[in-house]
Design a protein around this ligand. Sequence first.
Ligand SMILES: [Zn+2]
Length: 473
Amino acid sequence: MNKDFEMVIGLEVHAELKTATKIFCGCSTKFGAEPNTQCCPVCTGMPGSLPVLNLQVVDYAVKAGLATNCTIASFSKEDRKNYFYPDLPKAYQISQFDLPLCSHGWLDVETEAGSKRIGITRIHIEEDAGKLVHVEGHGTLIDCNRCGVPLIEIVSEPDIRSAEEAKAYLQKLRAILLYTGVSDCRMNEGSLRCDVNLSVRKKGSDKLGTRTEMKNLNSFAYVVKAIEYEFNRQVAVIEAGDAVVQETRRFDPATGKTSSMRSKEDADDYRYFPDPDLPPICISEEKRQELASQIPTLPDERKALYQEKYGLSALAAEFLVMRKEIADYFEAAATLTKYPLIAANLVNSEIARLTPEEGTVPVAPAHLARLADLSGEGKLNSSMCKEVLSILFKEDQDPDALIAKGGFEQVSDEDLLRSMAKEVVASSEKILADYRSGNKKAFQALVGQMMKRTKGKGNPALIQKLLKEEIGE
Ligand SMILES: [Zn+2]
């Protein structure tokens, strides 16, 4: 990463809304059906057909706006965005141009560097296009099932300055959409996709550079890789004395590189105009309040609560609230243990890792609470907790019975541990010399040897105390 330059990133996220039917007709939105079995004259743009707006789409979009601190427009409208592409039978997409439903929002993200607020320019509703399927030797086929599936497009301000911030923003946005229930955010099914706009400039400059756009990235890992590659590429272009070309670029996950797809004219000319078949959308103050009252406790509210009530760090609390299922689970366990902070650590490490995306935690909250208590009382160390949890994930059972049966009891016999510590210290001349010459990390090597001798069951606090005594500290 070149330290003289900084990146300026804005993200455009498309999220499919979780309605049962499409935005302007009664066709199903269910994913994975046989091609062209979920379409009708309206969503395939047959002459004479008329769209009727699905009001659930408006409700969901307004909820997404309220949950991201947006201003909700009392008056907005839908516009035709005219362009030709084979996946768009109507040759125009119904979207929103100058009067989006939601605008001027923001959300806060947490990274290693601290907390940061990212602005949200607008959220508007629109319809999805169909899907082109390229079949080797048979040309290209079209599947219209996706035509007219409702989307919200969430456009951020160019406030993002690193790949890490971009990822944190996407994760937070996804969490908010899942909490509010407006989208299932399944990236592997394309219901959440991201376009990255990126430019670079000399640090300290307030002038924006020429940007490129990378479209339809469907994994957070790809977003990070695409940003890192594109930053370095643009810096290299500028340092070679050339100019960055404004264009759309394709990211290839196989190579981790971006390549030019098409150059962009200065302004796209979509010839937007208000759709004459659709009346304006008017949202009364009453309606806005009704929708606001349906918004559940959001990630940030929970995060603040966990920091205050359980003393979690901002980063740990942020991680915990990202998945609603996991946060619900933690709350259930936290009320049952004397050591909620240990429970939080176990949830953030092992439980978050072992629980499949969209899955539920198979371990009873009371069982996790019991493990946290045993750990807090010094009867189980962290590696034993990990091992017990991996067994409970396969078959949930009473942890006390499992521990008695499986010999998980922590070794806290002071005499036994002291004699081991004597042996370890006596046989580790080199490590000791290293430690005494100032390398404090060398101490961990001694702890490691003790853990090896106790087969990972030694009480870590007692081991550290005894080792220090034997060294003479
Ligand atoms: Zn239809």
